[in-house]
Design a protein around this ligand. Sequence first.
Ligand SMILES: [Zn+2]
Length: 240
Amino acid sequence: MTVIKDCAGRYFVSFVVEIQPITVEPKNQGVGVDLGLETLATLSTGEKVKASNTNTLDRKIRKGKRKLARSVKGSRGRGRLRVAIARTEAKQSDIRQDFNQKLATRLVGDNSVVVLEDLNVSGMVKNRCLARAISRAGWRQIRTLCEAKANMINEREVRVISRWEPTSGTCSCCGDRWGKLDLSIRSVLCLNCGAEQDRDINASVNILAAGLADLNGQTLSYVRPQPGAVACLSTRQEAI
Ligand SMILES: [Zn+2]
C-alpha cells in the first residue's frame, strides 16, 4: 500500500487489486461522441450532456491567486492561502472527475462500441481564449476513462477516429460535404437531401459511422462528389 499526501493536505491510500472483466449486456451497438465546450458531450443518440458548473469555484480560485500574488513571501498567511487554493482546486477537479467517471461508465456500459474523436488538445490549449475552458472540460480524461472502463467489461471497444475526419462538415444523412463550418453555426440544412440537423448531433452520427467503418476495416469515404450538388446553406442560431 502507498500512502500519498497531496498539496491540498489530503491523504490517499492506494493499492492494486486484480479483477476479472465482467459481462454486461450492451443496450446499443455503438455510440458516437462529439466533445465540446458548451455541451460537454453530444451523443449520436441525440442526447446532450452538459458539464457540471464549477464557475463559483473557478472564481474563488482566481480571486485567491490574485491575493496570493500580493501577499508577503514567506509569511504564514501566504502558506495558509496556498493550501486554501489547493483545496478549492482539488474540490473542483474532484467534481469534474466524478462527472466524467459517471459519463464514461454510462457510455461504456450501454454501448458495445464507443467512438471518440482524436482531438488536438495540446494544440487547442495554445489558443488562449479557449485554453481554460478546454483544460477544464477534461476531454482527455473522458477518453482515458472510457478506455480503462472498456478493459473492465467484456466485449467493449473504444475507437478513436482521426481528427482530420470531416465530421462536422458532412451531412450524416446523405454524405454530402459542405466543408468547414464556423463555430457559431449551430444548425445545418443539407441542400442535397433536405435534412435539417443540429451541428453537434450531425457530427456525432458521423463520428459513430467513421468508427464503425474503421472497426470493419473499411475507410469511410466522405469525399462523395454529388453531381449537381449545391453548397449547403446554414441557418444561424443563437450560440447556446
Ligand atoms: Zn444531406
